[in-house]
Design a protein around this ligand. Structure first.
Ligand code: NAD
Length: 518
């Protein structure tokens, strides 16, 4: 590795000015922002609203209507009508090129209003611009990838097989019908795209349930979908709390398939609900990412790279590295370099130039993270950086300092996803010991090995019990390769961003045809 250490820095904010169009959208003519159902903005019949805030300042950005049982039922009916056609054309039978044209138009409109969507990510989601800008590019990248897949995958009848005397059989592949995407708050634009494009292009009509902390980007995308000309009912957006709106979606038997991204506990609960009435589900859930650093690695370089990945979106990334296993020979040098990197992170408001570590999303997360920091010490971790609350002058946000600990094999000091710039460093005597410790977690989302010996790295990477195994990189995602979890981090389903994802949004039946008797 020849990278100069100084060049390896955390993702950093440029100064961001909120565009007037975003403010106008949030103001919504003085009314709370409604959900989008059947091509219209609707208020909730429960008359319940909630405020969405900027986590770095607690400024209220918008008041949003919560969608309840009646709105979910209305959205499912609208999506069913759009899917089957109400005496007219149906989304189900629309030519794939017709769907592609609308998806392309939506992507163009997102690009026209890039600054509004960036404001959603930066102001509502608390991201630094460098990350938000990268996330924004995923709208087009994801749409283009799944457009390619949609053109290749044959829907409808498969080849016919003779299956007996006078009997033939074939498969019939079709979209599910009404499918719902339940989305977390940490990557709203990316995860809405990852759900929406394959689901729509395979012929389903959709309900998008954004997280209550970050409803704005999905609502804005829903508005753009209306402008793009999607038929009413094809794309519906249902903001609200998980236990209200999300639960109503999970309980509605008209929803045939749910794509859930979020925490394992919630995913497990929704799966049980869905199972009661036969709704199928795919789940992409949390992780407790690990990195193994072999003795031949340069500790100064690798500690900074790992620091960068650990701090991506301030550790609020599903595959974030929380557990580091380092060859004992270089563990002290590695710890010093990692400490220096963490200490150097500029804590600040996410829309101010230079910020590298902004506020976490909400007060509950802040409490959970601070508690996890204390528990790490109580379980025997030696704090190198103690974490704790941070302050940013003039900003009343949810700020926390980075935390770093030393541990020893056998101490289970960080059993759960912490979701902040938090890591434990455990010195190990061999690669096998590191692998065994890395694989001892019930999570299994992402792991990496860091070494100059790439072949050795690949051999170790193959043995990770994780959906994504990496050599000298982390937080890796590419269209065409599955991104999914093993253990409690994911499944069933083929992960996201690959052909299997597209197939997840379809079902196959066998059709048998016998000659008429006699
Ligand atoms: P969460 O599980 O609390 O919520 C996720 C979504 O589920 C939200 O929209 C929420 O409103 C909804 N929800 C909550 N309770 C519900 C219920 N009873 N019924 C239906 N819906 C309900 O997760 P979060 O805190 O928003 O997001 C962070 C989690 O997501 C972390 O664990 C993170 O690792 C994970 N995540 C995973 C991936 C991945 O690709 N594997 C990507 C991003 C985030």
């Amino acid at each position: 590795m020849t990278t100069a250490t100084a060049e390896i820095r955390a993702l950093t904010a440029a100064a961001f000015r909120t565009p007037e169009k975003f403010t106008e959208f949030c103001r919504n003519g003085g009314k709370p922002l409604g959900g989008i159902v059947d091509g219209e903005q609707i208020a909730g019949s429960m008359n319940a609203t909630f405020q969405t805030i900027d986590p770095g300042s607690q400024e209220v950005l918008a008041t949003v209507c919560e969608m309840g049982e009646a709105e979910v039922a209305r959205a499912v009916s609208a999506a069913q009508r759009a899917f089957h056609g109400d005496g007219g054309s149906s989304w189900r039978n629309a030519d794939v090129e017709e769907r592609i044209e609308l998806v392309n138009r939506l992507v163009e409109l997102c690009e026209r209003d890039r600054d509004v969507l960036l404001a959603c990510e930066i102001r509502d989601g608390g991201k630094v611009s460098e990350l938000a800008e990268g996330d924004f590019t995923q709208i087009r990248a994801c749409a283009e990838y799944f457009i390619g897949v949609a053109r290749q995958i044959a829907m409808g009848d498969g080849p016919s097989l003779p299956v007996g005397n006078g009997v033939r059989g074939f498969t019939y592949r079709e979209p599910w019908g009404v499918v719902a995407g339940i989305i977390p708050w940490n990557y709203p634009i990316v995860l809405t795209s990852w759900f929406m494009f394959p689901a729509l292009l395979s012929g389903n009509t959709i309900l998008i349930k954004p997280a209550e902390d970050t409803p704005l980007s999905a609502l804005y995308i829903g508005k753009l979908a209306q402008e793009a000309g999607f038929p009413p009912g094809v794309i519906n957006v249902l903001p609200g709390r998980g236990e209200i709106t999300g639960q109503c979606i999970a309980e509605h038997p008209g929803v045939r398939f749910i794509s859930f991204t979020g925490s394992p506990g919630v995913g497990q609960a929704i799966l049980r609900t869905c199972d009661r009435h036969g709704t199928r589900m795919k789940r992409e859930m949390g992780g407790n990412g690990s990195a193994i650093v072999l003795g031949d690695a340069d500790p100064a370089v690798v500690a900074r790279l790992i620091g960068r990945y650990t701090n991506q979106h301030f550790g609020q990334t599903c595959c974030t590295i929380h557990r580091i296993f380092v060859d004992r020979k270089i563990a002290d040098d590695f710890t010093d370099a990692q400490t220096e990197f963490f200490k150097g992170l500029k804590i600040g408001y996410q829309a101010d130039a230079g910020t590298q570590l902004g506020a976490v999303i909400n007060p509950t997360q802040r409490r959970r993270i601070l508690q996890a920091q204390q528990e790490t010490v109580a379980r025997g971790g030696r704090a190198i950086l103690t974490g704790g609350e941070a302050t940013v002058a003039g900003k009343n946000g949810f700020y926390i300092k980075p935390a770093l600990y030393r541990t020893e094999p056998g101490l289970n000091i960080n059993p759960q996803e912490v979701f902040h710039t938090y890591a434990t460093i455990c010195p190990v005597s061999s690669a096998d010991e590191a692998l065994q410790l890395a694989n001892s977690s019930p999570y299994g989302l992402g792991a990496s090995v860091w070494t100059k010996d790439v072949e050795k790295g690949i051999a170790l990477a193959r043995q990770f019990r994780d959906g994504t195994a990496q050599v000298n990189c982390h937080n890796s995602i590419a269209y065409g390769l599955p991104y999914g979890g093993q253990g409690i981090s994911g499944g069933p389903g083929g992960g996201v961003n690959c052909e299997e994802t597209f197939l997840d949004y379809t079902q196959v039946k066998a059709v048998y045809v016998a000659d008429y008797p006699g």
